[in-house]
Design a protein around this ligand. Structure first.
Ligand SMILES: [Zn+2]
Length: 139
């Protein structure tokens, strides 16, 4: 069973346009074990309404980061359907060592945990209300 723990959103000013960027940090538990974290961010009034995120999976119950790998993704809503694409994590805005290896798009798509990534994004679009609200606000 997958559970997500939600931190308070952090707001910053976007360097490119001065609008508000919202940054989210979430902890993922699988059967009560620390299984991963994800970060997500979006900026109000950017031309393209999308959320960029990074999911880091592996052993999050230790300080050892070598078991962890990170998947970068882009999420958007198109005619009521959520779309997700995996991106090259070398372009990630998140680059902390604790995230483990940042996977290229090709590595990510062939990684055995990519199905976990899609499982997590299924939860994200149902449970992460801050992000859901942003993507569904048609104003
Ligand atoms: Zn901007």
């Amino acid at each position: 069973m997958l559970e997500i723990e939600f931190e308070e959103p952090i707001e910053e000013i976007c360097e490119c346009c001065g609008n508000t960027t919202t940054k989210l940090t979430r902890f993922i538990y699988k059967d009560d074990d620390a299984f991963g974290i994800y970060y997500a961010q979006f900026t109000k009034d950017h031309e393209r309404k999308n959320v960029k995120g990074l999911i880091s999976l592996g052993d999050w119950g230790t300080d050892i980061t070598s078991s962890r790998v990170s998947f970068l993704f882009n999420l958007w809503l198109d005619n009521q359907d959520y779309n997700i694409e995996i991106l090259d994590a070398n372009d990630s805005p998140w680059k902390n060592e604790i995230l483990g290896k940042l996977l290229t798009r090709n590595e990510a798509l062939h990684h055995s945990w990519v199905k976990e990534v899609y499982h997590i994004t299924d939860h994200i679009v149902l449970e992460d209300e801050v992000l859901i609200k942003y993507l569904n606000n048609t104003k």
